[in-house]
Design a protein around this ligand. Structure first.
Ligand code: ATP
Length: 251
């Protein structure tokens, strides 16, 4: 797998979150969160358990309603656009690892990922399937296997592959490394970089801050529902307070 970052150029912000606040009943999960994701880049949100990372991602992808603030995708306000419409418009979140359809085969799951497309069975569709199988050879080998019998790592790959079948211009990933063995974590991050090098902008939410900061062009730190720091991945990885709080001296 290539190490792609050098060939890329980052564009204007493709996704922008402005002063976003989200509640669960009376519980304020995130408050006045603002950040942006550059076109062609990888952005990451890092933070401890309960910081609001998943809530932020789910809200962007239309699965939670907003109390205040707005979300702009390629300049258009998508704050209240439902999830399936966002997928059609090119913004898609990979479900968390176990979000695959367990009784369906790998191929059927990938097919479900393309449900919003009108060109299924076309050459373009087959090319996208080949792209997913190129990124995840394991899925090609296991194409007839029921998703529910795949390992955690394989299901994580399938969840990402399924999202890619909708041809997103921006891919949202919620903790793709969660629960995986170290070797597989490295592999998943390499695949994320490869997906980005192939032209997909990525917003990555991670508890694995060390890997996330190594991978991301821009990074935001969430603490108890607000953004407390931001910078390039390299800047934050080199910052003593970030290292102490999130990296355990491990970058
Ligand atoms: P983790 O890394 O542990 O997944 P996170 O950063 O993704 O954490 P969120 O899952 O977004 O954090 O949670 C943010 C806050 O919102 C937490 O205080 C959490 O308890 C609360 N919360 C999340 N989901 C719900 C829910 N369905 N009902 C009530 N509170 C919720």
């Amino acid at each position: 797998m290539s190490t792609p970052t050098s060939a890329r150029t980052l564009g204007e912000e493709q996704l922008r979150v402005e002063d976003l606040s989200v509640n669960y009943g009376r519980i304020e999960a995130i408050r006045d969160v603002s950040f942006s994701v550059p076109a062609g880049g990888i952005a990451t949100l890092i933070g401890a358990n309960g910081a609001g990372k998943t809530t932020t991602l789910k809200t962007i992808s239309g699965l939670r309603s907003v109390r205040a603030g707005r979300i702009l995708f390629e300049g258009e306000d998508i704050t209240r656009v439902p999830s399936h419409k966002l997928v059609q418009r090119g913004l898609c979140q990979a479900p968390e690892g176990r979000g695959t359809f367990p009784g369906m085969s790998v191929l059927e799951n990938l097919d479900m990922g393309a449900y919003t497309r009108k060109d299924r069975r076309s050459a373009a569709y087959r090319a996208d399937l080949d792209r997913v199988f190129g990124l995840f050879p394991r899925l090609a080998e296991r194409r007839s296997q029921p998703a529910g019998t795949m390992s955690g790592g394989e299901q994580q790959m399938l969840a990402i592959g399924r999202a890619l079948m909708s041809r997103p211009r921006v891919l949202l990933l919620d903790e793709p490394s969660m629960g995986l063995a170290p070797k597989l974590i490295q592999q998943i991050f390499a695949i994320v970089r490869e997906i980005n090098a192939q032209g997909t902008t990525v917003l990555l939410v991670e508890q694995n801050a060390a890997q996330a900061l190594r991978t991301a062009d821009v990074a935001y730190v969430l603490e108890t529902g607000t953004v407390v720091r931001h910078g390039t991945g390299a800047e934050l990885a080199a910052d003593d307070s970030i290292r102490a709080a999130y990296l355990g001296g491990d970058v």
